[in-house]
Design a protein around this ligand. Structure first.
Ligand code: NAG
Length: 203
């Protein structure tokens, strides 16, 4: 049990009024049981004043004064290390862990907030990734294309279109042939050849 200062003051007042001449309420020096033992021992300069009763130094509390206290309390899951000193979860700062800081920042309009004691970026709908650094292309980027901005694919050579889904044939496929991959035509019978320019002979 922690002996509160109100209780301490009350016992001092009682001691003062017990003596006939002593003025009331004036501290006369704290009397404690010198043979008192506290188990576990009082920590952080707490004093064992009665059996198993510690008088804690300022800034500590708990049965054996084992806990530091921080006022204001550490926020967002911070742990009080010593009086007034909080250890903050990753991504949080400030004396009371009240400041949110996402490492590397949040890009593209992302907002840094704390979720379950962890700072993280909340991204606008068209961005993702830990820093909102990756654009989202809802249509997908095919054939090795890379999403470089929301809805915009950067296509490798030989491919075009919003999703890099259209092959490019530098020389047009003839006779109804279809360009199905860069510079490759799929021909309609009876045509053949790189550009479907040849008519197969029928025997
Ligand atoms: C405190 O504890 C010791 C040892 O356990 C015991 O001898 C003593 O009488 C106790 N003192 C009081 C005031 O209870």
């Amino acid at each position: 049990m922690r002996l509160g200062s109100a209780l301490l003051l009350a016992s001092l007042v009682a001691l003062g009024s017990a003596g006939s001449d002593a003025p009331r309420g004036v501290p006369v020096g704290f009397v404690f049981d010198p043979r008192a033992t506290c188990e576990p021992q009082c920590e952080h300069a707490g004093i064992c004043i009665r059996n198993n009763t510690c008088l804690c130094a300022r800034g500590y509390e708990g049965e054996s004064c084992q806990f530091a206290n921080c006022y204001p309390k550490c926020k967002n899951g911070g742990v009080c290390l010593r009086p007034g000193k909080c250890r903050c979860p990753l991504g949080l700062g400030g004396r009371y862990c009240h400041k949110v800081a996402c490492e590397g920042g949040c890009w593209n309009g992302g907002e840094c907030i704390v979720v379950n004691g962890v700072a993280q970026c909340i991204c606008p709908s068209s961005w993702t990734g830990s820093k909102c650094q990756e654009a989202i292309c809802p249509q997908g980027c095919q054939n090795g294309g890379i999403c470089v901005a929301p809805g915009i694919c950067s296509c490798p050579e030989g491919w075009l279109g919003g999703a890099c889904h259209t092959a490019v044939c530098d020389l047009r496929c003839l006779n109804g042939g279809k360009c199905f991959s860069p510079n490759k035509c799929r021909c309609r019978p009876p045509f053949s050849g790189p550009r479907c320019q040849e008519r197969r002979k029928s025997y």
